[in-house]
Structures are given as C-alpha cells and as structure tokens.
Design a protein around this ligand. Sequence first.
Ligand code: NAP
Length: 283
Amino acid sequence: MQTVTLNNGVRMPLLGFGVYQIPAEDTERAVSEALAAGYRLLDTAAAYGNEEAVGRAAESSGIPREELFVTTKLWVQDAPAEDNTRRAFEASLAKLGLDYVDLYLMHQPFGDVYGQWRAMEALHREGLARAIGVANFYPDRLVDLILNNEVTPAVNQIETHPFFQRTEYQDLMREHGVQLQSWGGFAEGRNDLFTNPLLAEIGKEYDKTVAQVVLRWLTQRGVVAIPKSVRAERMAENIDVFDFRLTDEQMAAVATLDTGGSLFFDHHDPEMVAWLAKRRLDA
Ligand code: NAP
C-alpha cells in the first residue's frame, strides 16, 4: 500500500477503511474482512459506537500492531475540556484495547476547541497518539488553530468527493503541511454517483467501476481515502485501484463535476452547530 508522510514523519496508508454507520454488531466481521482484503488503516470514532468491535477485529487478525494504522476521534467535550478530553481518549483507547492510536482527530470544530487541542497535544507528547489532527475544519478555523498553537494538525479529514472537490483548500493545507483526508469519498452514493456517466465512461477505458475511478482520482490527487462498505466484494474492489492512472485530460474532466458545496452539512449553519452541541456521548 502506498503511504503519505505526515508533517511529523509518521507514515499513513493512502487508502483505508471507514466504519461510520456500520452497526456495532456487524463491525467486527466487516473489519476482519477488510483486514483480510489488505486494508491496514481503520477509521473509527467515539461517536460511531463501534470502537470495541474494531479493536476485537484488529486483535483477532494477528496482524502486528505496528502494521496497523488506527484512527479514532474525539467528540465535542464539555468544559473543562482538558480533563474531559483525556477521559474521552482513555475511554476510546480502552474500547479499542490498544496502548496508543496512530491518529487522534478532533471530530468537530466546536466547543472548547483550544482546550481540546491542548489536551490532544499533551496526549501526542506522551506518545499515546502518534499523530493528532482535526476533522470538518473550514479554512479560517484551521489557519487560526495552526497560528495559535504549538502542534500543527497532521490531518484534516473533510467531506471530499467528485461533487465537492476542495482543490483550493487542499493547496492551502499543503502550504501549512496538513494532509487532506477525504470522508464520504463516494458522497455516500448521493447525486447518483455510482451511475455518473462521465465516471462510468472513464472506468470503461480501464475496465474499472465508478467506485474505483473515484478512489483513483482521490489518491492520485494525494488525498487519503477511507471508503466504507459492509460487503467483502466491494472492499476488494475498493482497494484494487493502484494498477491504472487517470490522464491529465480525465482529471480535468472529473474537475467539471465539482459543485463547490457540501452535499451533507453546513458547518456554518447555527442550527447545525446547536444540534451538534446538544449531542453528548457517554464515556
Ligand atoms: P462513503 O464511503 O462515501 O460511501 C459509503 C456507501 O457507499 C455505502 O452505502 C456503501 O454501501 C457504498 N459503497 C461502498 N463501496 C461501493 C462500491 N464499490 N460500489 C457501490 N457502492 C459502494 O461514505 P462514508 O462512510 O460516509 O465515508 C467514508 C468514511 O469516512 C466513514 O466510514 C468514516 O470513517 C469517515 N467519515 C468521517 C466523517 C467525519 O465527520 N469526520 C463523516 C463521515 C464519514 P455498502 O456498505 O452496502 O457496500
């Protein structure tokens, strides 16, 4: 598997496996199948409610810990954020059954972001999180976080797919040494992504599916992708994307699909902010 090198020297697989919306009772099987298919990066979160199952699958796979790259995420914490962030991290680590995580992400740019980030910096310094980063940060918030703290996030995991491509934002992140990781790389199938005529036409040329074209397009841009599937045949399909290369013309054609906006959430919408603020997880 190809890797990217994060701003602190840690290497991260270019393609991994996401487990959002996989029910806890299906997650151990799905992750075991994903590991058997060759995935080594596992992306979960406290908010997904399936960290224990991810941990069980990692343990029973017999794959050496250092060959895995496990990401989990901090949900928005009540004050005092420093104490609560550490408690939330310890709860995640215990559920995963691990001594450390490879990447710990702040899941949302809300709450006491600076208190949460300082606590995450401490976890990183102690070696409990090899890298720390953020998710769902828009450019203004990301730059402010970078300018006012010691550790620059290694990763920003944001909605990125053919209908919301984030190319200018990727350039800005690159300037600051922040790796772009895509969530919702298939837009969860919205806008009829899997039958998109342009993507299907490109796929025909290489005998590849639309899903494979999308993952090739993301990874060719240097974007880390974490497709989710509960089906073993799709897991195999989604990791089989490194034996072809889109031409410059095809990359330019895919660029025309960009709508420049989210298909999911508006993180600037006060109602969305209030909804997220009300959601608290039991440790
Ligand atoms: P996604 O990967 O864009 O799409 C998943 C959907 O595509 C599922 O319905 C899946 O169905 C289907 N699918 C997968 N492979 C396919 C294929 N080859 N052909 C046809 N359909 C296929 O959506 P996502 O799960 O939202 O995003 C990926 C990961 O990003 C998540 O799992 C999570 O780890 C992360 N994420 C992070 C955030 C955040 O706020 N940081 C938000 C959302 C997601 P089946 O399962 O039935 O195959």
